[in-house]
Design a protein around this ligand. Structure first.
Ligand code: F6R
Length: 237
C-alpha cells in the first residue's frame, strides 16, 4: 500500500485527479470504477477542467459505479445516477452506453446485483478503482462486518452512514436503508485501486485501514491484501 500524505485537501485532490489522468493516458480504454459522495465532487471538477483543457478524454473508456440506493430510479434527484450525470457524465466525453450504475429501481434488486457483477466481469474487471472512505471504514457501501470476499449484493446501511448521507436528502427518513454495492471481492479484483480521504473525520478509519489488523470491522483494511493500492490523504486525515 502506497500512502501519499499531502498538506491540504486541494493537493490531495490534485494528486488523485492527476493519477487518474495519467492512467487514462497510458490506457485510454481503461475500465474505471467510480465513487460518489462529497469527497469526489472536487475530483470530478478537476477531471472536467482537464477534459476542457484537452488533457484527458474518456471517449474510449468505460465506467462502473460502486453503488446505488435501492428504491431510487435513475432520474430521482438523490440517486447516484443523477449525481454522476451532474458531476461528470454530462460534462465529459464518455461514449453513450459506456457508463454504468446498478438500477436502484429494479423489480428484483438481488437479480440486479448479480447482473451488475456479471457485467463488470464481462468487461474484464475494473482497471482503476476510485474509492472514498466512510468514517466507519466502509468502501462502497460495504459496511463493517461485510465479508471480505463479497461480490455485488444488497447491503443494509448503518445508522451512521445514513446520518452522514442525510445532507443530500430533504429529511433523514428519506435516506434509503438499502443499497446495491460492489463487494469487497469485486473491488479487490481491480488492477489498481486509488483511495482518497481528507479531513479529520476520516483519520480514525484511515489509520484502521492502513495500520490496523485485517478485519471485517474495518472493510477498507481489506485493501492491505491488494498489490497495487494508492491511498491519498491530507494531513488531517
Ligand atoms: C460512494 C461510496 C462511499 C463514499 C464514502 C465517503 O459511492 O461508495 O463509500 O465514498 O461514504 O463519502 P463522502 O465522500 O461523502 O465522505
Amino acid at each position: 500500500m502506497r500512502v501519499l500524505i499531502h498538506p491540504t485537501p486541494e493537493l490531495a485532490i490534485d494528486c488523485v485527479s492527476n493519477l487518474m489522468i495519467a492512467r487514462l493516458a497510458r490506457q485510454p480504454d481503461a475500465v474505471l470504477g467510480l465513487a460518489t459522495g462529497g469527497t469526489m465532487e472536487a475530483v470530478y471538477a478537476r477531471l472536467i477542467a482537464a477534459h476542457h483543457a484537452g488533457r484527458v478524454s474518456f471517449a474510449a473508456a468505460r465506467s462502473f459505479n460502486l453503488d446505488e440506493y435501492v428504491g431510487l430510479a435513475p432520474d430521482h434527484p438523490c440517486s447516484y445516477w443523477t449525481y454522476m450525470r451532474e458531476h461528470l457524465f454530462a460534462r465529459v466525453d464518455f461514449a453513450a452506453g459506456c457508463t454504468a450504475l446498478p438500477r436502484g429501481d429494479a423489480a428484483d434488486p438481488e437479480a440486479e446485483a448479480a447482473r451488475y457483477e456479471a457485467e463488470i466481469a464481462a468487461a474484464g474487471d475494473i482497471s482503476l478503482q476510485l474509492l472514498g472512505l466512510g468514517s466507519n471504514g466502509h468502501i462502497g457501501f460495504n459496511e463493517p462486518t461485510s465479508s471480505l470476499s463479497s461480490l455485488t449484493r444488497i447491503k443494509t446501511l448503518t445508522h451512521s452512514t445514513r446520518a452522514a448521507n442525510a445532507r443530500f436528502f430533504d429529511r433523514f427518513d428519506d435516506v434509503p436503508r438499502l443499497a446495491i454495492t460492489m463487494g469487497i471481492g469485486t473491488i479487490l479484483r481491480a488492477d489498481e485501486v486509488l483511495l482518497l480521504a481528507y479531513g479529520a473525520g476520516k483519520a480514525e478509519s484511515a489509520a484502521a485501514m492502513i495500520e490496523g489488523p485485517l478485519a471485517a470491522a474495518c472493510p477498507a483494511s481489506a485493501l492491505q491484501l491488494h498489490r497495487k493500492v494508492t491511498v491519498v490523504l491530507d494531513e488531517a486525515a
